[in-house]
Design a protein around this ligand. Structure first.
Ligand code: PLP
Length: 264
């Protein structure tokens, strides 16, 4: 088969405010010169001030989106973002088992920065037991890593232990985003690769309200880089640099947690 232009897939929820979710994924994948395709799982009514409402889509249309993509496109890497609830997680798991869309980057989106739940409590176990083993890489922040492992994370040693635990649960590679440590003037992410190698990725902490969609942008960038054929290690390093640049020069949009600067 003739090689096509690289194509990636975002399986996620829509953010009407444009800063996070599916919208952040589309922009990021496009910026990395990869063709973006989508399976929309839920719709949120949202702006920079917060999430007003969320509507998970019927599984029939979720299944049909996957089937339509499989029929025609050559998707080389995929990611999951907001998956809403047990029913939607199970639908996505079934489709990812049915079709081959390349390596899966699992962004275990749980709670928006404003506090709105984007994944129901009872769905965390399903993500852990059924989706995690399908993933090539998982990209939790500290609260998400705590939920998935059942372990409290207060120190960098705790982060390393949690990464090992996640790997033991069946995911090949792990990046735990340390951006949430208090009183830290660095944001340090811990990376544990499938071959056992590990390293820290650090960047000076930026004092900004423009961090909406940071996690989505990182996981979408990793997905795009994997779709181009980069290794997991290359994809992670490129994506960390990309996200740091988008955080540094925030743009003025809305009145709350503003979006990233995708032109940085
Ligand atoms: N809305 C949707 C649909 C998302 O997928 C996400 C994050 O993944 C968010 C909102 C939350 O973004 P943040 O926590 O960066 O504000």
């Amino acid at each position: 088969m003739v090689d096509q232009f690289p194509q990636a897939l975002s399986i996620a929820g829509s953010d009407s405010g444009g800063g996070a979710g599916m919208q952040a994924d589309l922009k990021t994948i496009q910026e990395r010169h990869v063709f973006a395709t989508t399976v929309l799982v839920a719709i949120t009514a949202q702006n920079t001030l917060g999430v007003k409402d969320a509507f998970p889509l019927p599984t029939k249309i979720i299944d049909e989106q996957f089937a339509a993509l499989d029929e025609d496109l050559q998707i080389k890497a995929c990611k999951t973002g907001m998956l809403a609830d047990v029913t939607r997680v199970k639908a996505v798991v079934a489709n990812l088992k049915k079709y081959d869309f390349g390596p899966l980057t699992l962004d275990p989106v749980m709670i928006a920065k404003g506090g709105a739940p984007l994944l129901s409590e009872d769905a965390v176990i399903v993500v852990r037991d059924e989706l995690l083993p399908l993933a090539t890489i998982v990209t939790p922040n500290l609260p998400e890593a705590e939920k998935l492992t059942g372990q409290t994370i207060n120190t960098t040693d705790d982060m390393q232990m949690a990464a090992k635990k996640l790997q033991n649960m069946g995911v090949q590679n792990v990046i735990i985003k340390g951006g949430h440590f208090e009183n830290d003037n660095q944001s340090s992410d811990f990376v544990l690769l499938s071959n056992g190698r590990s390293f820290w990725l650090s960047a000076p902490r930026v004092n900004t309200a423009n961090t909406h969609g940071t996690g989505d942008t990182l996981s979408a960038c990793i997905t795009a880089e994997l779709a181009k054929g980069n290794s997991v290690e290359q994809a992670i390093k490129i994506s960390k640099q990309f996200v740091d640049a988008t955080i540094r020069d925030g743009i003025k949009v809305g009145h709350g947690h503003g979006p990233l600067n995708h032109w940085a």
